[in-house]
Design a protein around this ligand. Sequence first.
Ligand code: SAM
Length: 288
Amino acid sequence: MKQFRETLFDDYTQIFNVDKIYYENKTEHQHLIIFHNAKFGRVMILDGIVQTTERDEFIYHEMLAHVPILSHGSVKRVLIIGGGDGGMLREVLRHRSISEVVMVEIDATVIDISKKYLPNHAQGAFEDPRFRLVISDGAQFVKETRETFDIVITDSTDAIGPGKVLFSHAYYKNCQRCLKEGGILVTQNGVVFFQSDELRHSAESFRRIFQDWHFYAAAIPTYIGGIMAFGWATDNTALRNMSLETLEVRYKSAQITTRYYTPSIHKAAFALPQYVLDIIEKKCKKNR
Ligand code: SAM
C-alpha cells in the first residue's frame, strides 16, 4: 500500500496509508494532492502539508467561523482569506443573517479540485448567491481594497510558501483597516507546540496594532502536536468577554447545528495553558 509522509517538520512526522489518489498535480502556486485514507476519509495536501481531512475538518472550520460571528452578534459581511477547500465558506454561510461573503484565494485550482473531489467540504456553498470569489493574493487584496467587513478570517496554509505573507505585520495592519467598527480578525496560527515562533510573531504584531487581542485553541487530530492556536484581534474590547448567556441566546437564534462548537466550548477555548501564555507574553526563549 502506498503511503503519504507529511514534510512539515524535519524530525517528526505523521504517515497516512493511501487507499486511492484522486488528484495529484502542480498548480500555478502549490503541489496539490487529494487522496483517501481509511481513518480520515479524503485528505488534501498542499506542498507536502496536511490542509484538511473529511473526518476532522469540522473542528477547525466551526471554531474559526462561529466564535467570531457569535461574539460579534450582528455580522453582515465576512472576508475569508484562503479557504479554497470551501469548508469555511460552508460554516460562515450557515448564518442566514449574513448578506455577503468575499473569499480571496490565491490558487483557483484548489477551488476547482475541491469542488470535484472534496464536495463534502463546501456542500454547495460555492453556489450560494451571497458568495463572491476573488482570485488574488490575500495580502495584496487587504492592502488595496476599499471594502470593509465585520469579520476577517485568515484560513491559510502555514507561514511558508504563498501563505507566509498572511502572517506578516503589514497584513495584520491592513486587515485592521478592512474591519468595520467593532470588527474582528481571526487567524489560523499553527500548532503551538511545534510552531511557537509563528505564534510569538503574531502576538507581537497584534499587541502593536489592536486594542484587544488573544488566542483561543482547539485540538484537531491531523494538525499533529496538540492544540492549534487561533488568533483573535479587534478594537472592541467587550467582544472577547461576551457572557455565556448571550452566546447561548445567539447560538439558539442562529438555528445552526454544530458538531464541535458549543457556547461553553467558545468561552473555554480562550483559557490557554501556561506554556502558551508564556509564548505570547514573551516569557519563554525562542524556538522552544
Ligand atoms: N485548514 C487549512 C490549514 O489549517 O492548513 C487551510 C486550508 S485552505 C486549503 C488554505 C488556502 O490558503 C489554500 O487553498 C491556499 O491556496 C490559500 N492561500 C495560501 N496563501 C494565500 C495567499 N497569500 N492569499 C490567498 N490565499 C492563500
